[in-house]
Design a protein around this ligand. Sequence first.
Ligand SMILES: *[C@@H]1O[C@H](CO)[C@@H](O)[C@H](O)[C@H]1NC(C)=O
Ligand SMILES: *[C@@H]1O[C@H](CO)[C@@H](O)[C@H](O)[C@H]1NC(C)=O
Ligand SMILES: *[C@@H]1O[C@H](CO)[C@@H](O)[C@H](O)[C@H]1NC(C)=O
Ligand SMILES: *[C@@H]1O[C@H](CO)[C@@H](O)[C@H](O)[C@H]1NC(C)=O
Ligand SMILES: *[C@@H]1O[C@H](CO)[C@@H](O)[C@H](O)[C@H]1NC(C)=O
Ligand SMILES: *[C@@H]1O[C@H](CO)[C@@H](O)[C@H](O)[C@H]1NC(C)=O
Ligand SMILES: *[C@@H]1O[C@H](CO)[C@@H](O)[C@H](O)[C@H]1NC(C)=O
Ligand SMILES: *[C@@H]1O[C@H](CO)[C@@H](O)[C@H](O)[C@H]1NC(C)=O
Ligand SMILES: *[C@@H]1O[C@H](CO)[C@@H](O)[C@H](O)[C@H]1NC(C)=O
Ligand SMILES: *[C@@H]1O[C@H](CO)[C@@H](O)[C@H](O)[C@H]1NC(C)=O
Length: 816
Amino acid sequence: MANANGTNLRKSTTCISMLWFCFSWLLLSQTSTSLDTLSPGQSIKDGETLVSKGGIFELGFHRLGNSNKRYLAIWYKEAKAFSVVWVANRETPLLDSSGVLSFSKKGLLVLLNGKNSTVWSSNKTTPAQSLLMQLLDTGNLVVNDTQSVNYLWQSFDSPCDTLLPGMRIGRNFSTRQDRFLTSWKSANDPAPGQFSLWIDPRGFPQLVLRNGTAMHYRLGSWNGLRFTGTPQLPAQIELFEYEFELNNNGVYYEYEVKGNLMSRLFVNRSGFVERFARENQSNGWRNLYSAPLDQCDKYSLCGAHMKCDIIGDLPNCVCLEGFVSKSPKNWSAGCVRKTPLDCKAGDIFRSYTGLKLPDTSGSSYNMTMSLAECKEMCTRNCNCTAYANSNIKGSGCLLWFGELADMREYNEGGQNIYIRMSSSKPDQAKKKQIGIIVTSAILVGMLVVGIIVCIQRRKKSMQGMANGIHMNDNENNEGTEDMELLTFDITTITKATNNFSRDNKLGQGGFGPVYKGTLPGGQEIAVKRLSKSSGQGQTEFKTEVILISKLQHRNLVRLLGCCFQKDEKMLIYEFMPNKSLDFFIFDQMRSNYLDWPKRVHIIGGIAKGLLYLHQDSRLRIIHRDLKASNVLLDKDMNPKISDFGMARIFGGDQTEANTNRVAGTYGYMAPEYAVDGLFSMKSDVFSFGALVLEIVSGKKNRGFSHPDHNHNLLGHAWKLWIEERPLELVDHMLDSFATFEVLRCINVGLLCVQQRPEDRPNMSSVVVMLGSESSLPQPKQPGFFTERNMPEAESSSSGHGSTSVNEMSTSFLEPR
Ligand SMILES: *[C@@H]1O[C@H](CO)[C@@H](O)[C@H](O)[C@H]1NC(C)=O
Ligand SMILES: *[C@@H]1O[C@H](CO)[C@@H](O)[C@H](O)[C@H]1NC(C)=O
Ligand SMILES: *[C@@H]1O[C@H](CO)[C@@H](O)[C@H](O)[C@H]1NC(C)=O
Ligand SMILES: *[C@@H]1O[C@H](CO)[C@@H](O)[C@H](O)[C@H]1NC(C)=O
Ligand SMILES: *[C@@H]1O[C@H](CO)[C@@H](O)[C@H](O)[C@H]1NC(C)=O
Ligand SMILES: *[C@@H]1O[C@H](CO)[C@@H](O)[C@H](O)[C@H]1NC(C)=O
Ligand SMILES: *[C@@H]1O[C@H](CO)[C@@H](O)[C@H](O)[C@H]1NC(C)=O
Ligand SMILES: *[C@@H]1O[C@H](CO)[C@@H](O)[C@H](O)[C@H]1NC(C)=O
Ligand SMILES: *[C@@H]1O[C@H](CO)[C@@H](O)[C@H](O)[C@H]1NC(C)=O
Ligand SMILES: *[C@@H]1O[C@H](CO)[C@@H](O)[C@H](O)[C@H]1NC(C)=O
């Protein structure tokens, strides 16, 4: 028995070692298919793959769609279907599974079909002793040998539709080798399609998306931070590093990823440049960027010397100031100077801001010149029509000759250009007049003019507004005498609002009720009817009329007209179907509707609107009552700042003023304003910061309470920030959001509500910070940290369309 037992034992050991052998063999063969290298004599057949060392990329045969066509391709291992990043035999598919990749005798990488004929090869003969092909974790397939310092061949040199981090496109000036991306022909055909992303080497090189050989969208020239036509490049500062290299040897563009991110930029087959990124396997691919953004990006949609802007959803071309259109109905015809140039008489240069720089394919450049040298250079050459810094940080020189093409206007991230103009220019004097001003004193003077403001306007103009198209506001609109505003007849308004019926009432502002109305043509309007009893109504009314009629920005509510009749004073606005921001963010149910991207969009829009008020409009305007209920939302949830009843105009160099009638709203007032009556752009910035924190948190600053402390929302946000758990501030209704964007918003919000006005950024910095590439400063402690150090005050004041009494603006006398 013992013997028998022993035999049994031996048998089972043998069996186990057999199994072990089988297992190891399996293991071995397993690893042999997931190697990352291929040597001469070895091959990869259909069904086998190489996997890069870190398991990120995979190389193998890929079958597309239902056809039998197979391609040697590289893809992200975890997302093959979505992310083929490179294809070898783009135009020569294998028609069955007989494909084999190996080294030829000459040292080429060759892809053979079942008939041993070459379908694709690496096309670079360098016979070498010890060749090795390797798939790297960067997605680069390289051929190397032990002797060479550089790769003998690499797939990064033959881009398809995808630019991976570390890969370059561009041109080698000496070899004239040109690398660019080309879209696939169709979803199942990787052959080169019609769109390509290419660096145009003419003049000052620019990145261009081509349709065939025609320019389709000009991403434009590199400005040191980004391409001039991509200001919307989202806040990807933490994620990417961009590199644009231009020297005597060549021009190249590439990007690197910071940290642990997978990213791909590619040209899709419908003609868009898209960037996707993914943090890890559990997160999906996110689209971080896609362009062209809108119709204004279409190359040369507007003719020479025009700028394109989007109004509503439609592109609108207008002449640059100082130019008139050649043919009013034909944008392509472009614009010409009002006064022809006269080089001998001495031309001047006029500065234009916030633009996408014009096509540089005919320009010349010098990267080391200063702006002054640049101007000098342009002045000396009568053929030079414009100059600009090549680097947005204020260096380098670009010179244009001839017409200036393909410009557009940006609210954010645009650039400056100086355009040659005749020195005898009629509208120069006018501008000066406005330049001087002032606060209330001149405001009074303007009030007189204000009455003249309401001039009957042609019916046609009204039509234009109904379609959401700006009036041609680029010409002759500098002086108040040019201001046109539609006067409505009281009977029209009475009819439109159904005799100011209860059902049409939208809300009650500090100065009176707001009604919804419908004009005979069907256009919806909001009518602000100033109560006869409101003692201060007159002044505020006229301020608002004058101010708002001058302001044209997509993030400001548009005043359509006014109505002075009998005792009635009314303002007619465009109607905002989605009410105001407070209606959404502070409501549990409705806040669901404001997902994170919408909130970011709203924050950005408010910032742009406020920047326009502060810096970009012809006047410098302090709003003084920015708050959630004064931000209205249009049908697409675009924010529009409203209620200019308390706004003040500042003169050119004036930065702050004092008032003895402090007016504003609890929770949004800066300390120096509430306490000392000092208002400035920085007090608006404070309100903006409070608003940003409200939008992020979904909570009101005023009335905020927390079981653990007595701070208001600002104090709470600050506390979380210094305790390094800022994300706890985020609205619980938001189930997904981009962490880096949230952090950026909180950081900006806190910078804006800092105690000392001089510490707060101005709105142009805010706009830059919200969408730029730099790391942000650390905020200091906010003003009005706790609710308690708010001064007590008496009430009553404005509020267009504001709904709740608690949100009403407050004004009180200066406590001195
Ligand atoms: C292809 O080449 C291999 C090796 O050189 C050879 O064994 C095979 O028979 C060839 N096949 C055909 C179809 O010629
Ligand atoms: C690679 O192939 C192309 C045509 O397919 C040819 O024009 C080019 O000269 C080749 N380059 C080299 C280095 O062999
Ligand atoms: C090629 O391989 C050799 C030997 O392994 C190595 O020293 C060299 O750096 C490699 N070349 C490149 C470009 O990686
Ligand atoms: C351009 O091509 C030349 C010749 O092949 C090469 O020596 C040089 O390194 C290339 N320049 C760049 C920046 O790749
Ligand atoms: C690309 O060009 C073709 C041919 O000119 C044209 O038909 C097509 O509409 C263009 N595509 C786009 C997206 O502009
Ligand atoms: C190309 O990109 C645009 C913009 O992101 C997108 O709308 C479109 O669906 C994409 N086309 C394809 C074929 O993926
Ligand atoms: C993936 O990324 C998310 C967000 O960055 C992180 O919370 C999660 O832990 C990551 N998962 C893995 C498997 O790394
Ligand atoms: C518009 O102007 C362009 C450029 O001057 C011209 O080629 C085109 O024919 C004009 N179109 C119409 C409809 O007049
Ligand atoms: C660029 O400008 C600098 C400074 O004016 C000058 O020294 C240099 O020669 C210029 N370079 C070229 C290529 O013109
Ligand atoms: C200006 O342009 C004219 C015509 O194109 C040319 O003849 C002339 O030489 C140019 N002048 C300068 C200074 O470049």
